[in-house]
Design a protein around this ligand. Sequence first.
Ligand code: FES
Length: 311
Amino acid sequence: MRWAASCAPRALASSTRRPSPMESPMPLRLVQLLLAAYPSSYRERYGAEMAAVLEERMASWRDLLDLARGALDARLDPQIDPPRVLAAAAAIPPASAPSPALPVPRAPYGVVASAPPTGELSRRVFMRRMLAAGVGLLSLEFIAGTLAFTWPQVRSGLGGKFGLGTPADILAIQPSWAEGWPYPYTKARLFLINVPAAKELALGHQASVKSPSADQLLALWRKCPHLGCQIPQLCESLKRFTCNCHQSTYNILGEKLKTGPAARGMDRFEVSIGDDGGIVVDSSKVTAGAPNLGPDALTFKDPFPWDAACH
Ligand code: FES
């Protein structure tokens, strides 16, 4: 009966002023459609009564909203409330009533009897709470994900310093590094190039350089300068790098060759060797790869054609 209190003053006021647009009568067809939106059990129990009430009080557009809301509630939980319009009508005398002061008739059904027992949630309340909890959880996930994505990863991700170990440590993991094969260091997404050995490898010679100096090391960032795909290991046939995304091709020192859309060579990080002999890469210090100015601008040429790419 909670609707009675809010609706009764409206009915009283309507007898002394012009009806607002919300209170003007609504088409009968619309009323019928809204009544049809109620569950069949509702229509059987309240249908005739609702139609009579709406006809008697000239249903307004405000009643339309009440009907629509009541239909939604009835679909969510057909056990709890009677239709809102009917509940309101229980407290509103018909337009032809002689005086609003007459006793208000009671609705011919029991609302309290169908309410859930004290201390138990109705299905509607339960669903609303679950919906609110779901929305809250999604919002939290979104906020946490955004924070995690934007939080600076200075110590453990790119932008920090990485100790790769001594040359002996690297050779223990990958002996072919002494022969010129790039050492992939995945934490910093780089290839560590042993330059003198790598040149020999690209020229088809056998090499063994086990302890290069700092200026003989290159730390090539594996992020392709074109659109950022990860550049794979050298191909066996040419000893060149070819990006799998759009075939940009680089020589063993990361210089851009003819094939592919990248405009420059692979970027590189600063490399140093500490007092303990360990190789340190500072990924916060990046030097952009040299622009592609043609074969004559290369600092190193392998024996293959300028436009050859790995397949
Ligand atoms: S991302 Fe490497 S060539 Fe396009």
